[in-house]
Design a protein around this ligand. Structure first.
Ligand code: 5GP
Length: 189
């Protein structure tokens, strides 16, 4: 998605050789015009699927997810970070290793909002090693719902997540794939 790549080059900041800060338009301040285009693009990419819910993870997935949900005309559900794994019957829960915080955290989704009748599109801001996406896949499978695909705004193609998820047979569509970072430079696929 050219508009997104252009914006990453203009406003993204490479930290070391594997972290990008996009606080200017995605992770702190949010550009609704760009988010709207992102929502439109995911709708186009997954237009062959009968999606009933969009699933993401708080906090940075929410802004993206809301725009994607708007374009599909379906609800957004976001997995909430929990203090500890909830063993109550009323939630699906899983543990995720955080790429940026380097620690595990637990997330949960109320059973009220996902069921076996749902066709889910997972969306997230970044794909690095795939742990956040796999946590969401686990929640979809606990619900007995059907996973239709995974939509990623920025995939770091030099990390293992994309291959891992595609090798498992999941359909992953990324709007910008970064192949290389270093010396403050960002190179796309
Ligand atoms: P993964 O679980 O695929 O290893 O990492 C994805 C999650 O970590 C995303 O939900 C995102 O919040 C965070 N993340 C991974 N890489 C980056 C990055 O380069 N920049 C930012 N801002 N977040 C990242």
């Amino acid at each position: 998605m050219d508009l997104l790549k252009k914006r990453i080059l203009e406003d993204g900041r490479a930290i070391g050789n594997n972290i990008i800060k996009v606080d200017e338009f995605l992770n702190h301040q949010v550009d609704p015009v760009l988010m709207n285009e992102i929502g439109k693009e995911f709708k186009k990419l997954f237009s062959d699927r009968d999606i009933t819910k969009i699933l993401t993870i708080e906090a940075s997935g929410i802004a993206i997810g809301a725009f994607v949900a708007l374009h599909f005309g379906v609800p957004l559900v976001f997995a909430k970070k929990a203090k500890s794994l909830n063993i109550d019957d009323d939630v699906y829960s899983t543990s995720v290793y955080s790429f940026t915080k380097r620690t595990d955290y637990d997330v949960k989704v109320s059973r009220k909002y996902l069921s076996a009748e749902d066709n889910i599109l997972i969306v997230d801001d970044f794909l690095a090693n795939g742990r956040a996406a796999l946590g969401l896949v686990d929640i979809v499978s606990q619900a007995g719902a059907s996973l239709e695909g995974i939509g990623i705004v920025i995939e770091k193609g030099f990390q293992e997540g994309g291959k891992l998820l595609r090798d498992k047979g999941f359909r992953v569509e990324s709007l910008a794939v970064i192949n290389h970072m270093g010396n403050g430079e960002i190179e796309f696929n």
